[in-house]
Write a protein of this length. Structure first.
Length: 136
């Protein structure tokens, strides 16, 4: 639900980037030139899903995939100038969006919500780990 809200909000503001693409752009701004495997780990995505995401973002000229000089099987992902411009335009919009989403919530409610969501996420990750172990 939140993903669609964010994407629709950005589209209304003239930014044709999904939430997932925003996250990757933000991470690349911090870790420009990371390998695809590293980005898959950092963004909690499987390699195939990340490959599709990067391919889509390359078509939008948001990122560039550059093979490693040392090992052709390894790709480094870089944010492009256009990607940096989109990210720069997007950041104030994300602040606006956060204000809309948090409207009517106290700081305590926001902290409690974050705490509960972290616990749920940890439970899901733990359950996936157990399911993975039992399927081997």
């Amino acid at each position: 639900m939140l993903d669609y809200f964010i994407t629709d909000y950005m589209l209304e503001k003239g930014v044709e980037v999904t939430k997932t693409q925003m996250i990757l752009l933000y991470r690349l701004k911090q870790l420009n030139g990371s390998t695809q495997n590293n980005l898959a780990y950092i963004t909690n995505r499987n390699r195939a899903s990340l490959t599709r995401l990067i391919t889509t973002m390359e078509k939008k000229n948001l990122v560039a995939r550059i093979p490693s000089d040392k090992d052709g099987r390894i790709n480094h992902i870089f944010i492009t100038k256009h990607g940096e411009e989109v990210l720069k335009h997007m950041m104030p919009l994300m602040e606006e969006l956060m204000n809309v989403v948090q409207q009517g919530l106290s700081k305590q409610e926001i902290h409690s919500l974050i705490s509960v969501l972290k616990k749920v996420n940890n439970n899901i990750n733990a359950e996936q780990f157990v399911a993975f172990q039992t399927n081997e």
